[in-house]
Design a protein around this ligand. Structure first.
Ligand code: ZN
Length: 204
């Protein structure tokens, strides 16, 4: 199920296309995942995330104390994404990745951010490099900010495709599917299978 953002003057059109009215939430919605694309102009986002979000745990050596610390990214399986600009193309084939990963950022759903801060130690931290505070990974040992660039932007960084270290996945089922402005990464051409190096974990 997916909620839509339908302007009042377009409600008849949405209804004709098959949208249903949720009188409790006072919102239009679509029931069937196969129908979502028909309603794309009322989806708040460039992609739709179906079924679940993932918190993905990797490891790196802290730049400051040099101890090993856990670091986190947010992910969605490519099979669970509808790209609204290219809805007929498989996201796996289009991007090369079986799993889409994002740095911690403002587009991450609130529930996932709450999990990251209450259970995984992520927090708002001031970055002297970027001269602003942002929601980030910190070292478990010395509390230093683990900057986004070193975590995600290099191919051999913990979540990069040239790093073969194990990743642990925590799965969070969505009550309803959601639109999102998270961007897909099309920077590699050969297929890369993250799931080879992932194990699924139970939440503690
Ligand atoms: Zn440290």
């Amino acid at each position: 199920m997916l909620y839509l953002t339908v302007p009042f003057e377009q409600k008849e059109l949405a209804k004709q296309l098959g949208a249903k009215w949720d009188s409790k939430e006072k919102k239009w919605y679509v029931e069937n995942q196969n129908d979502y694309v028909k309603f794309k102009e009322w989806v708040d986002g460039c992609i739709i995330v179906k079924d679940n979000f993932l918190i993905v745990e990797g490891q790196q050596s802290c730049w400051k104390c040099h101890k090993n610390t856990k670091v986190y990214a947010v992910g969605v399986l490519s099979d669970n994404i509808i790209d609204l600009d290219r809805p007929t193309v498989s996201v796996q084939k289009d991007t090369g990745y079986d799993l889409q990963l994002w740095a911690l950022n403002d587009e991450i759903p609130k529930k996932i951010r709450e999990e990251l801060s209450t259970k995984f130690g992520c927090k708002f931290k001031y970055s002297y490099t970027e001269k602003r505070s942002y929601f980030a990974n910190v070292c478990f040992h010395c509390d230093s900010l683990q900057g986004n660039f070193f975590l995600y932007n290099e191919p051999d960084s913990p979540f990069g495709y040239m790093n073969d270290s194990e990743l642990t996945i925590y799965k969070y089922d969505l009550k309803e599917d959601v639109g999102s402005w998270l961007m897909l990464d099309r920077s590699i051409s050969p297929d890369y299978f993250y799931l080879r190096r992932c194990k699924f974990a139970e939440k503690s």
